[in-house]
Write a protein that binds this ligand. Structure first.
Ligand code: BGP
Length: 470
């Protein structure tokens, strides 16, 4: 739809940025923190571990003051479950509470709205050793952890995100999930874990509403428009299949508390039907999110499955389509350029995605990740020129404004990432931030913070509430 006049961004729009605990904090075993699955995982050769990361644990004051300088209205970050409960459950670590109290106080003191992700990939390793999300005890541990978060931080935190990209943990289970890929039917196990996570999420949403009547809570999956590779009806069916199991499965459960028919029949066909205990569906149906948060980097394109052995692609990267025989096959979109890491760049797809989600659920939306990973270079005189990042973000923000003009209710944009941090699989040389952190994969250097060109651009954009896009 073409509009003659654009609607402005709403007053009080949450311009901000995002990070996650394990990717930014470092201090992986300090002040009583227990290990998470991330701390115990293997890293791709040539890339750093997450032990020091951007050392935000020791630099948080400086970091928050830089975000304030950019004019941030909101900051989305995650809490490391293992700082609070080193063993996932049991004894609470007061030092963990102290750190997040200090961090939240710092954020609030700068007039920034904290948006807290409760769990961003870093399941406590102690729980993993007891079966992780395959074990229903993890649901109870999450509930206790959620209660601790609401009790301790609920006086200052009004926006909560339950689980980051649960769908990516399931679809890319061997890359970022917590399942043993050597099991006889690892996908069945993943969908069992998925069910448990959904129940845990529903319990957390209910608890939040009981304990903090003024707070808002929502899920934070990765949702993207799925295109058919052609107008062939079989390709369109494949896109419908993939949308149902990649996108709507997660949001239908969070919002309506039910598995959609396509996803459920896919489970039956493939032998992935999860065990559902008495009471689970009631809990799922009783929980209601106040908004939907989602991450968007790229659209995805699929074709009909050929069932000739060519359907399944590689699984190592959470933003590249894998494919599944009889369901869909990943395809390249010839209309889109790719970034340096093979992810297609699709700002118009962002508008499509916003519209699709809003049409289906009619809930306010916030974007909790969007951004461009690149090999930024530090030039003489502490200069980092990243016009490619500005271009990427500008085009996505333009499309977001078009979606708002289309009638979609959007209340915030928190791109990835506020500050340089460690990528999920590609080390720290793949950078996303507005602020450069001076370190290499294996040389920590001085970890100095340097404002990038995009820092100044974003600052101006925020100051004009999105009017100054160029
Ligand atoms: C999302 C994750 C983030 C972040 C981002 C960028 O899937 O929620 O934690 O890592 O992707 O991906 P990457 O780090 O692989 O470049």
């Amino acid at each position: 739809m073409k509009h003659n006049k654009l609607k402005p961004f709403p007053k009080g729009f949450f311009w901000g940025g995002s990070t996650s605990a394990y990717q930014i904090e470092g201090a992986w075993n300090e002040d009583g923190k227990g290990p998470s699955v991330i701390d115990m995982a293997k890293y791709p050769e040539g890339t750093t571990d997450f032990k020091v990361a951007s050392d935000h644990y020791h630099h948080y004051k400086e970091d928050i003051s830089l975000l304030a300088e950019m004019g941030y209205k909101a900051y989305r970050f995650s809490i490391a479950w293992t700082r609070l409960y080193p063993n996932g459950s049991g004894e609470l670590n007061p030092k963990g509470i102290e750190f997040y109290n200090n961090l939240i106080n710092e954020i609030v003191a700068h007039g920034i709205e904290p948006i807290v992700t409760m769990y961003h990939f870093d399941l406590p390793y102690a729980l993993q050793q007891k079966g992780g999300w395959s074990n229903r005890e993890t649901i109870d541990a999450f509930e206790v952890y959620a209660q601790t978060l609401f009790e301790n931080f609920g006086d200052r935190v009004n926006y909560w995100l339950t689980i980051n990209e649960q769908n990516m943990m399931i679809l890319h289970g061997d890359a970022i999930g917590t399942v043993d890929p050597n099991l006889e039917n690892p996908k069945k196990e993943l969908y069992q874990q998925n069910h448990h996570m959904l129940v845990a999420q529903a319990k957390a949403m209910n608890l939040c509403h009981q304990m903090l009547p003024n707070a808002k809570i929502g899920p934070a999956p990765n949702i993207v428009s799925i295109y058919p590779a052609s107008s062939k009806p079989e390709d369109i069916m494949a896109a419908h299949n993939y949308s149902a199991i990649r996108n709507w499965l997660y949001l239908d459960m969070a919002v309506f508390g039910r598995y959609n028919a396509t996803a459920w029949n896919y489970f039956q066909e493939k032998g992935y039907v999860p065990t559902i205990l008495d009471g689970d569906m009631e809990v799922l149906a009783s929980a209601n999110p106040d908004f939907i948060a989602f991450n968007y980097y790229t659209s995805q394109t699929v074709a009909a499955s050929e069932e000739d052995g060519s359907d399944v692609g590689h699984t190592g990267d959470q933003h590249i389509t894998i494919g599944e025989p009889g369901v869909y096959k990943g395809a390249t979109n010839p209309n889109l350029k790719k970034n340096e890491f093979g992810w297609e760049i699709d700002p118009v797809g962002f508008r499509n995605t916003l519209r699709e989600i809003y049409d289906r659920y009619n809930l306010p939306l916030i974007i909790t990740e969007n951004g461009l990973g690149a090999f930024d270079k530090l030039e003489e005189g502490d200069v980092v020129n990243d016009p490619y990042r500005i271009d990427f973000l500008r085009k996505h923000i333009e499309q977001m404004q078009l979606a708002i003009t289309d009638g979609v209710e959007v209340f915030g944009f928190c791109p990835w990432s506020a500050i340089d941090l460690i990528s999920t699989h590609q080390g720290c040389s793949k950078r996303y931030g507005f602020i450069f952190v001076n370190r290499d994969e294996f040389d920590l250097k001085d970890l100095r913070r340097i404002r990038k060109q995009s820092f100044y651009w974003y600052k101006e954009l925020i100051a004009t509430n999105g009017e100054k896009l160029i």
